[in-house]
Design a protein around this ligand. Sequence first.
Ligand code: LMR
Length: 396
Amino acid sequence: MFESLQAAQADAILGLIAEYRNDPRDNKIDLGVGVYRTAQGDTPVLDVVKRAEQMLVDQQMSKSYIGTAGAADFNSAMQALVFGDAGPTDRLATIQTPGGSGSLRVAAGMILRASPDASVWVSEPTWANHVPLLGGAGVTLKPYPYYDTENHVIKIDEMLAALRMAPAGDIVLLHACCHNPSGLDLSVDDWQAVADVVVERELVPFIDMAYQGFVENLDSDAYAVRLMAERVPEMMVATSCSKNFGLYRDRVGTLSLLAADTAARDIVSSQVNNLVRSIYSVPPDHGAAVVSLILHDEGLRGAWVTELAQMRERLIDMRVLLAEALAEKAPEHNFSHLARATGMFCFLGVTVEQIARLKKDFGVYMVNSSRINVAGITPDNVNYLADSIVATLRNE
Ligand code: LMR
């Protein structure tokens, strides 16, 4: 059977992990996969996670199955984190999922069950895995304009125009904050305009929130989710705890489905649980149990908010540091968009050839779209990084 297969292409983002690891150069810099790093280049387990894990080990009495929806205490805490204390709980079904990707995969299955002819509109560009993940599940995808690669601004008018052409019932995938890959988010006014079009055209918002807490704070970063939840009868929200709890490999996320009323919510809930059983049966428990402990304990929650703020502030500092270093070393180029972006990513704005040279000659790794993960920048490597970029741009 397998002799009919050809080797698959390495993943555009995850493929860089091995390439970087195998590079023997001491001064190499990893701006590839989106994980947080300290100024020492580590991706440590958060202190608060370590504490909660210890509590879990001491307290946990059983590892028996919980069920397709995961743990109710985790789901209710996450629902409140995402939708706020005044969220429409009577219309919401929230399940625990294996990370944000697991959530997206279940959402794709729900789209195929509920509305198989609907298309999902995705930003151009969007997270590199959105397309294979959702498209691979069988959902039809259509692009809407988002990022102006020349001027490094959002094409809001073109985005709105494209969405105005979408047929009623189509689904719009939106990034709640820290747009991946561009790092440029819609303003409050833009979100209001998008919500107007969504309501007017009877579209279904599908919001991916993988970076809650990385722009400003937990509440304001959830603005788009809460705005849409107030204005539409139905929506879906995929969340991830990979970044804000640093639980990447433990696979922790949620899928929330907002239905028109409680009776519809109960039907949706039965369908999503039935679907989960046919995909991965039950979600992994450990990371979600840790998150639940943190969110339910005032002391742990406060410690988490502090650690989250430290990660956020380091990312902001590193963006500014690189933008300033480039402004000084290459005043003929405008890199001001680096400091305007939020979260982990932004586009450097260099060509595929320049990206290849940065890797080959300088050991600087980034994905081929020129998306960089600013967590890979440190006060120690920023000068080397800026010099490498400038030398590459000047073809020196
Ligand atoms: C990224 O965009 O780099 C992260 O979300 C990791 C991934 O799975 O792609």
